[in-house]
Design a protein around this ligand. Structure first.
Ligand SMILES: N[C@@H](CCC(=O)N[C@@H](CS)C(=O)NCC(=O)O)C(=O)O
Length: 191
């Protein structure tokens, strides 16, 4: 049986949980920052990040690679290059916001005058605008992996209050359009 390791709050983990909504699997909810779960992660995954997928002898890390693994295993449609690029944009926001959250938790205050924060803030705003335009142009009109990843990013950004989404109306509309899907409500990080 497939075993997915992660946490209920991670947007990277949630996308794989939503993708596996109709595939039998075990979900292992870990506390990755300390204790025995971290020891387990240390023993299996040198990146010390989740998600991680275990399939018999195979251990796969990184959501993007896990997706490719599942595409191969279940003959799912592969992404187009345009979708790959959109996923890169989604991941670039996700990575910046994960770093900002970790800084918050380290009691390091955000300071717009500092290069590090300025670069993250510019990337996040610019990339959200790009995604807002992409939604307006119909690039997220299905319910497949890119849409799932966008949904997880937006819902997590709102949940953690990491960036104001009010200036991206198409993204807000996209979020509310998909919120009540069963795989969205059953993986809601607020639950
Ligand atoms: N590129 C990775 C990113 C995964 C990632 O950043 N996961 C976060 C949780 S949202 C994590 O495990 N962070 C732990 C850390 O940074 O120490 C993927 O797509 O799976």
């Amino acid at each position: 049986m497939l075993k997915l390791y992660g946490s209920t709050t991670s947007p990277y983990v949630r996308r794989i949980r939503m993708l596996l909504a109709n595939v039998e699997h075990d979900f292992v909810n870990m506390q990755i920052f300390a204790g025995k779960d971290r020891d387990y992660l240390m023993s299996k995954n040198p990146t010390l990040k989740v998600p991680m997928l275990e399939d018999g002898e195979d251990i796969i890390y990184d959501s993007r690679v896990i997706f490719r693994y599942l595409v191969e295993k279940y003959s799912l449609p592969a992404l187009t290059w345009q979708q790959e690029n959109l996923l890169t944009v989604i991941d670039s926001i996700n990575d910046s916001l994960v770093q900002l959250l970790l800084l918050q938790r380290s009691d390091i205050e955000s300071d717009d005058d500092k290069l590090y924060f300025k670069l993250q803030d510019e990337r996040v705003s610019h990339a959200f605008s790009h995604l807002n335009n992409a939604v307006e142009q119909g690039a997220f009109n299905h319910w497949e992996y890119p849409e799932i990843c966008l949904f997880c990013l937006l819902d997590w950004t709102a949940f953690r209050q990491l960036h104001e989404l009010a200036s991206y109306p198409a993204l807000l509309e996209f979020l509310s359009q998909h919120k009540s899907r069963i795989e969205a409500s059953s993986t809601d990080p607020r639950e």
